[in-house]
Design a protein around this ligand. Structure first.
Ligand code: F6P
Length: 477
């Protein structure tokens, strides 16, 4: 029933996100699964994808969005002035909201100018979007860059149904309330009609913030009320395009990048990790755990390669730069102390690898290491599972602090802060018999379609299209 309404309505869809995959015109852009899925949503409804152009300009940026129509979709983007980018994106979004949402109050940087810049940029995005909106458009805002955008649109007269999906975790009240402008943000969030989170835990944490601090009252079953308005708070766990990724992985055995890599490691077994260079990903702890695994299992010396693919990210943010140095040092020191003339234990790359090659590398791996200290969902975990061959599947080692751990219980679930326990999990995965690997993999693989990214957007939109109804007698007082 949940999916029945989606796609059936004639309402246009307006997606808002910080990054917008504007087609370049020189062939199809290599887009991630989420971008492809949101394009599918936009194609089926027709509509607008609105956000930042990715450009930083010297003078004041034009308040008129630059528009490009491709088939059913209009891409509409705004430039940002350097100073606004520094305050809104590098400052408030990535030095205040990101660490708080990832439970890292030790890394939070509070700066009044950042806070002010964040709200100013949200207001500017709202002002430029309003003239593009039609009265019955569905508006779907994404992620922590735009927490107050729905409220800013309402303040400018938008009466549309407006939904919000948070791609990163939402922490419990005691942690969340360390956000600068916490009360203003929470109050602004009550202007949405639907608030979607990655896991039940995140949705519950958010609900507790609303109730504890008096921003809204719980009425029934995820429905909250404030000032005579009702809105829905609900988990919509995101996933991948399962069939497309399986197909890509099946084809990837013939991929020349994958073949070259295979030749370069020879008969060695492969352990793989793929993450943006971010302190939330637990990369240092993971490198340590791999070192501990090799030290305590002498038989694997020279027989295993750990490939860690880690494109640099947000390098203008000091906490990220510091972490880049720390990981590089850790890898260098481990290779220096454990390596041999003909064996480099860790291959560490600061570059992106295209999706098709990644799929082939996942398939080749005996062990997938997905051990973030905190992660909203983590799609690498789902891609790793989808890429395996049923005949000889690899083993997933997964942090209990990734949203994906709520679903993928066939993984070896670890506490990523516990280096020795993670090392023991690597040893267990390395030696696991085929039968146990197949059982674990089959149980995870069976769950992937539940959160397929195309199911996900339809599910969200079905709730956005239909105002939350309260079943008779279900109201709590
Ligand atoms: O996971 C949150 C997120 O903002 C994603 O939406 C995005 O793809 C990723 O982090 C990359 O971050 P950025 O846009 O800051 O490079």
């Amino acid at each position: 029933d949940d999916n029945a309404a989606a796609g059936a309505s004639t309402a246009r869809l307006v997606v808002v996100s910080n990054r917008v995959p504007v087609p370049t015109g020189t062939g199809h852009k290599a887009a991630g699964g989420l971008a492809v899925a949101l394009e599918a949503a936009l194609k089926s409804h027709g509509g607008v994808w609105y956000g930042w152009s990715g450009r930083i300009v010297d003078g004041p940026p034009s308040p008129e969005p630059e528009q490009k129509r491709v088939g059913e979709i209009t891409f509409a983007v705004l430039d940002l002035a350097q100073r606004d980018y520094d305050l809104y994106y590098s400052g408030f979004a990535n030095r205040a909201l990101w660490p708080v949402c990832h439970y890292r109050l030790d890394l939070i940087q509070i700066d009044g100018e950042d806070t002010e810049g964040y709200f100013r940029v949200n207001d500017a995005f709202a002002t430029s979007l309003v003239p593009l909106l039609r009265p019955d458009d569905l508006v779907w805002v994404h992620d922590y860059h735009f927490l107050p955008l729905g409220k800013a649109l309402r303040d400018r007269g938008a009466g549309n149904r407006i939904g919000f999906f948070l791609h990163i975790p939402w922490p419990p009240p005691d942690v969340a309330s360390a956000m600068p402008a916490y009360a203003t943000l929470l109050e602004a969030l009550t202007a949405y009609d639907v608030l979607g989170f990655q896991t039940q835990q995140d949705a519950e944490n958010f609900g507790r913030c609303l109730e504890r601090d008096g921003f809204a009252r719980h009425v029934a079953d995820g429905i909250y009320e404030t000032g005579g308005r009702r809105f829905l708070v609900k988990a919509f766990p995101i996933g991948i395009d399962v069939e497309a990724f399986r197909r890509t992985a099946n084809r990837a055995v013939r991929n020349s990048v994958v073949q070259r890599f295979r030749a370069s490691i020879g008969e060695r077994r492969l352990v793989i990790g793929v993450d943006r260079l971010d302190y939330s990903k637990g990369i240092r702890e993971r490198v340590d755990a791999f070192g501990c695994f090799v030290r305590s299992n002498p038989k694997v010396r020279g027989r295993v390669t750990y490939l860690q693919i880690t494109p640099k990210s947000r390098s203008e943010v000091p906490e990220y730069r510091r972490m880049q140095e720390e990981v590089a040092e850790e890898v260098g020191s481990l290779n220096g102390s454990l390596g041999e003339l003909d064996w480099i234990p860790v291959r560490y790359l600061n570059q992106t690898v295209n999706h098709a090659s990644l799929a082939g590398l996942y398939r080749m791996a005996s062990v997938g290491l997905v051990t973030p200290l905190r992660d909203g969902m983590n799609l690498v975990a789902k891609e790793f599972v989808a890429a395996q061959s049923p005949d000889d599947p690899g083993v997933l080692i997964l942090s209990r602090f990734a949203g994906a751990a709520h679903e993928l219980d066939g993984a070896l679930i670890v506490n990523p802060y516990d280096i020795e326990a993670t090392a023991r999990a690597i040893a267990r995965a390395y030696d696991m018999e085929l039968e146990e690997r197949q059982e674990r993999w089959a149980s995870m693989s069976a769950r992937l379609p539940e959160t397929d990214v195309n199911v996900w957007w339809k599910h969200f939109l079905s709730h956005l299209e239909t105002p939350a109804a309260i079943p008779a007698g279900a109201e709590t007082s």
